[in-house]
Each structure stands twice: as C-alpha cells, then as structure tokens.
Design a protein around this ligand. Structure first.
Ligand code: NAP
Length: 314
C-alpha cells in the first residue's frame, strides 16, 4: 500500500480500527476512516492523510454518502476493512430476538451492506476486502453464544464472498483475533449487565456470577501460564500485521489467526474436535491412517503456494 492507494476502515473511533488507520496513514495511503460521533470524526480528521466519514454501518444512507465521497475522489478503492463490531455475551436465555438482531445488524449485515456498496469501486482497482472476524468464529462456548453466532456467520460470509469475487480479481480474507486491547468489552458492559439482571429465574445464579466477573475482571498474572481465567491481552498491532499482509501480499490468505500460543491451541483443538465429530458420521468414517493421509494431501497442496485455495479432490 502506498500514497496512490485508498483504504476504507469502518469503526475507526477506537481499538483495532483506530490503530489500523494510524498504520495505513503512516504508509501514506489515503485512508477513509469511519466513526459515528463528531468528536471521534474530528480526531480522525487531524491525522495526516485521513478523511473521516460519518457512518453507522446499520444506515444505508450514510454508507451511500461515504461511497459518493470516495467515488468523487476518482481513484477507486484499493482496500475495504470491515472492522466495526460490537460485543455481546451472556447465556442465550437472556437474549431476545431483538437483542440478537442488534448484534447481527452490526457484525454481519454491516459488513454485507458496506461491501455491496463499495464493490464497484473495488472492482475498478481489483482491490482487497478484509473482514475482522474473531476466534469466536471458530469457537463457541457457554456465555459467548451470541457474539460467536455473529462471527461464525461472518466466516461463512467471507468464505462465499472469496469464491464469488476471485474471478473479478478481488481477494477476500478474514482476520481472527483473540483477546485484543480495545473498548469492546466496556462498550458492551451496560447492555450486558441489564440483560443479566433480567435473567430468567432458572439461570439467574449463573447470570449474576457472570455479571460479577465482568464488573471486576481478574487481574492477569503474567508469571502464570495463560488459561481461561488468566488471559493475555495483545496489542492491536498484532491484528495490523495480519491486515497489512491481507492487503499487500501477492497471495493473501483466506484466514489469519492472530493470538497467543494458548489461544491458537484452543482454536486448533476445537477444529480437530469438529473434524472428528464430522468423521463420526455413519455413512462416512475414515480410519486414523486415512484421515492422516488426507491431511497430508492438503498440507502438500498448500505448500504449492496457492494461499490455501487448493482443495485436493478424492
Ligand atoms: N478486542 C478484541 O478482543 C477482539 C477480538 C476479536 C475480534 N474483535 C473484533 O475487532 C473489531 C474491532 O473491535 P475492537 O476490539 O477494536 O472494539 P472497539 O474498540 O469497541 O471498536 C469497535 C468499533 O466499531 C464501531 N461500531 C460499533 N457499532 C457500530 C455501528 N453500528 N456502526 C459503525 N461503527 C460501529 C465503534 O464505534 P463507536 O465508538 O461509535 O461505538 C468502534 O469504532 C470488531 O469487529 C470486533 O468484533 C475484537
């Protein structure tokens, strides 16, 4: 990415989005950074090379206005980073349909709306799309169901879009961060606590325990090994490294897992369990040697340097 390139970053007021904007601006790209509040837009505008655009990803009119501004600049769009997102945790029984819909509006329909609006601009440059997913796109566990549902949906969205846009020269990737320093948890806290307070009687005690943990999270102990109760939190820079590769590499990967060794193990183990679940199907069950041979064939196809696109047949 250089000064002749333009990149749109959604949700740039804080956290990962703001860091990405700073990184891209430092590379002298023309950065279109979106935010919702006037003071955030003002701060973004003060960064050299940044055009700040008002955009709530739930609002088609604001997205269209942003598209118009980018189109009028006349250089197309080289990169779209669908970063805007919200957290939402708690037992599923505390989430009504409207609560779930609010999460999907931002985390799933948002990227879909923005991408569709920007596709013509991306086609003119054979640009790149990078969706900010999560390890919650591979792992689903108690209390993380609602957020994980949206990030699993974003995985499916990204995988389909990647195949559909490849013939048009547009590469699509998803970045899957673990725990990253940002405002996501505190932004979601008020609505999360309100839902947990109103939990149905039968799950009230679990809900209130979760509320207590969220209000006074344990202080991480850097000397102790990482675990569910002793999480590490990484800087947004680790996400930026992956996003820049997805924007700049000649063969951008389908997925970029970002996180600590402990987080990586958790994702790999979850996917292995899912593989073994699939293999338990009565009409199809490979024995161990066949499974390992198939894995070897996929590894060999990847080392052919196709960025993970090849799927060996048979
Ligand atoms: N932090 C993590 O541990 C982590 C891990 C995995 C994935 N992620 C993903 O990383 C992305 C960025 O999150 P973050 O951690 O940097 O959190 P963050 O600091 O809370 O930033 C989220 C950004 O999204 C924006 N946003 C929220 N709702 C929006 C809407 N309706 N329309 C437009 N923008 C909206 C926020 O704007 P406002 O300031 O106006 O609310 C903010 O700019 C998200 O997609 C998140 O799911 C984060």
């Amino acid at each position: 990415m250089t000064h002749s390139h333009s990149v749109l970053v959604t949700g740039a007021s804080t956290g990962i989005g703001l860091h990405l904007v700073r990184c891209l601006a430092a590379r002298e790209c023309r950065v279109y950074a979106t935010a919702r509040r006037a003071d955030d837009l003002r701060r973004l505008r003060a960064i050299e090379g940044v055009s700040a655009l008002a955009m709530d990803v739930r609002c088609p009119e604001e997205i269209e206005r942003a598209r118009g501004v980018i189109a009028a600049a006349g250089r197309g769009l080289h990169g779209l980073i669908n970063n805007a997102g919200v957290g939402g945790i708690g037992p599923l029984a505390t989430f009504g349909n409207d609560d779930l819909r609010d999460l999907f509006e931002v985390n799933v329909f948002g990227p879909h709306r923005v991408t569709n609006a920007m596709l013509e601009l991306l086609r003119t440059t054979r640009g790149r799309i990078v969706n900010i997913g999560s390890q919650g796109g591979s792992i689903a566990s108690r209390d993380y169901g609602p957020y994980a549902m949206t990030k699993h949906a974003l995985e499916a969205y990204t995988a389909s879009l990647r195949e559909e846009l490849a013939p048009h020269g547009i590469a699509v990737s998803i970045v899957q961060p673990g725990a990253i320093r940002s405002r996501i948890a505190e932004n979601a806290l008020p609505s999360t606590l309100a839902r947990l307070q109103a939990a149905p009687r039968w799950c009230r005690s679990e809900a209130w325990q979760l509320a207590t943990r969220l209000q006074s999270p344990p202080t991480p102990d850097p000397a102790a090994p990482e675990s569910n109760t002793n999480r590490r939190v990484a800087d947004p820079e680790s996400v930026a490294v992956a996003v820049l590769d997805a924007l700049e590499s000649s063969s951008p990967r389908a997925r970029y897992l970002v996180g600590s060794r402990w987080e990586g193990n958790r994702v790999i183990d979850t996917l292995l369990e899912r593989l073994l679940d699939a293999n338990d199907c009565p009409t199809l069950s490979y024995d161990r040697d066949e499974l390992v041979a198939r894995l070897d064939r996929h590894v060999a196809a990847r080392s052919g340097g196709d960025g993970g696109q090849a799927r060996p047949s048979g």
